[in-house]
Design a protein around this ligand. Structure first.
Ligand SMILES: Nc1ncnc2c1ncn2[C@@H]1O[C@H](COP(=O)(O)OP(=O)(O)O)[C@@H](O)[C@H]1O
Ligand SMILES: [Mg+2]
Length: 141
């Protein structure tokens, strides 16, 4: 099977006022196409740090990450907290990225509504996050 993600000897240290924190120490991993991979470990072992590095939210300290197929390089990351803005409707939460990047068009708005419909959220687009269940909020996120 083709490899879609290769992690080699990854290290991550955080530098804080209190000192150096080793979050990841020498992780290597090869993910093949079609595989489901679960990263399991106690709180604070570096799971979130690893995902943040893969998505480019945090810099690695050492090591190599490769995506052998450049078409598979786009990664989505479902955060533990949904991070929806409570003062925006579901639709406005979903349109925010496009608005900030000044890429919002009528067609894109329709596309967003279609996606929300696919996820069973059509009746909630003008509601606020507080009136949705945890699972619904995650689907919005
Ligand atoms: N932004 C940060 N600054 C400093 N230390 C951090 C930061 N984020 C995580 N850490 C530390 O890195 C280690 C791994 O954290 P994390 O990746 O959140 O673990 P997990 O997701 O497995 O619970 C922990 O010791 C945590 O305190
Ligand atoms: Mg975590």
């Amino acid at each position: 099977m083709n490899s879609i993600l290769k992690i080699e000897k990854l290290h991550k240290k955080y530098y804080t006022k209190q000192g150096e924190i080793t979050a990841i120490k020498d992780i290597s991993l090869d993910v093949k196409e079609g595989e489901f991979v679960a990263i399991v470990g106690p709180s604070g072992c570096g799971k979130s740090t690893l995902l943040s590095i893969l998505c480019g939210l945090t810099e690695k300290t050492e090591g190599k990450i490769t995506f052998p197929n450049p078409n598979k390089q786009k990664l989505g990351y479902m955060l533990q907290q949904d991070c929806l803005f409570p003062w925006l409707t579901i639709l406005d939460n979903c349109l925010l990225g496009l608005k900030v990047e000044k890429k919002l068009t009528k067609e894109k708005k329709e596309q967003v509504i279609n996606l929300l419909t696919t996820y069973g959220l059509k009746d909630f687009i003008y509601k606020y996050p507080k009136s949705l269940s945890g699972g619904m909020r995650q689907r919005v996120a």
